[in-house]
Design a protein. Structure first.
Length: 411
């Protein structure tokens, strides 16, 4: 079977000619690997023994009481590394090794994908070079240290706005010079073909496990699945196995920053228009002249101006819908889940929790809602506490009567 690089009018492969052979080779290697029992067995072994799969599907009493239906959390926060990113990096690193590459290269924004790549490189004995905007290097020192501890080299990118999109451009440039021995570990379901398909396939285990677990625990498929969307990999991962099951609603949640009426947010599918960035066509935050806008969100992991092309297509077809949550709503959900369930969610994942809580009233008591808890929030502590303490951003309750246990002030 051939991977298709197109999702309706979206996707494709718009890169320097110098990279076409590498991307063609990558596609062939993946098609070969995914049909190879030995590759699948090794990946499966590492995912279970090293990374801790399967992750639990947890029936949350507090969210169920709060929302008024049966709510489950898919616990990617419990995966080694603290987020779903490990599923992708370990698999791409294994593919790199199979292709005879000796060096992994990666872009990173807040540093989470860089750390996940560095971990995989350490495990498999591959050299790792991570490109990071200079601005991010300065504000994400703990992640820079983590990458260095795992043996990676962190390259500070001074070009442009010195943030994620510049780091991606720099990684692509470095890759053109070193294609013979470098493997580009792309961090989400965006970028040139075949990355959107490869990353989706490496993340789809989230949805496959969810299907089995929810059938065993709830005796039925979910009414709806909700997941936060930055580039879109954790959402595509949990959606993929359900796309052909039309009864299951798929809901992506984008960051609205301070609110959708402001310029600075990351609600690409809600507020963007089709355009081309980083090698493929998708919705994109851009100004009148087509300049790529910088995304802003309280969660650095959602600060990506683009979104995966498959999401753009799912949206246009009406197969998935996309909502948004503001910084304040995400912070409120973050604090609420800590108190209500003893679970510290990532700020990214808190957007999905916020949208789930705001959806109360939409469901019947026997409906089943699955929310993807994409990662844990330890990395966000300092940032979240500062925002929660600031008078300008009070943690406000959205909507009606939360359970008594959860209604205590989170401050
Ligand atoms: C990186 C990250 C995201 C955003 O990336 P996607 O590709 O949209 O999944 C979401 N949640 C967590 C915890 C992350 O680390």
């Amino acid at each position: 079977m051939q991977l298709t690089g197109k999702f309706g009018p979206y996707g494709g492969c718009f890169v320097s000619e110098l990279l076409i052979p590498a991307l063609t080779e990558l596609e062939a290697a993946w098609l070969d690997a995914r049909d190879d029992d030995a590759f699948r067995a090794e990946l499966s072994h590492l995912l279970s023994q090293w990374a801790g799969r399967p992750t639990p599907l947890y029936a949350s009493p507090a969210l169920s009481a709060d929302i008024g239906c049966r709510v489950f959390l898919k616990r990617e926060d419990l995966l080694h590394g603290g987020a779903h990113k490990t599923n992708n990096t370990i698999a791409q690193a294994l593919l790199a090794k199979r292709m005879g590459r000796t060096r992994l290269i990666a872009e990173t924004g807040a540093g989470q994908h860089g750390v996940a790549t560095a971990m995989a490189g350490a495990l498999l004995g591959l050299q790792v070079k991570v490109f990071m905007g200079a601005k991010d290097v300065a504000r994400q020192q703990p992640n820079v240290r983590r990458m260095e501890l795992f043996g990676a080299e962190v390259v500070s990118v001074e070009a442009g706005s010195r943030s994620l999109k510049d780091a991606i451009n720099e990684t692509l440039r470095y890759w053109t010079e070193t294609v013979a021995d470098s493997f580009y570990v792309f961090g989400t379901v965006a970028g040139p073909h075949p990355y959107p398909s490869i990353v989706r396939d490496f993340q789809r285990i989230i949805g496959e496990e969810t299907r089995t677990q929810v059938l065993a625990q709830a005796g039925r498929l979910p009414t709806a699945i909700m997941a936060c969307v930055g580039g879109g990999s954790n959402a595509m991962g949990i959606f993929a196995d359900f796309v052909d099951t039309p009864d299951v609603l798929l809901i992506g949640v984008e960051p609205a920053g301070h609110g959708l009426d402001t310029d600075a947010h990351g609600a690409t599918l809600t507020k963007g228009r089709p355009g081309c960035v980083h090698g493929s066509i998708s919705y994109l935050l851009q100004d009148e002249a087509g300049q790529v806008l910088e995304a802003h969100s309280i969660s650095a992991g959602l600060d990506y101006p683009g979104v995966g092309p498959e999401h753009a297509w799912l949206k246009d077809q009406g197969r998935a819908t996309y909502e948004s949550a503001t910084d304040a709503e995400a912070l409120s959900a973050f604090a609420w889940l800590c108190r209500a369930e003893g679970i510290l969610p990532a700020l990214e994942s808190s957007h999905a929790i916020a949208a789930a809580r705001a959806s109360r009233g939409r469901w019947q008591a026997d409906d089943v809602l699955v929310v993807n808890l994409s990662g844990r929030g330890d990395k966000d502590l300092a940032h979240a506490m500062a925002a929660l303490d600031a008078d300008t951003l009070p943690p406000k309750e959205t909507g009606a009567s939360p359970s008594q246990r959860a209604s205590r002030s989170p401050s």
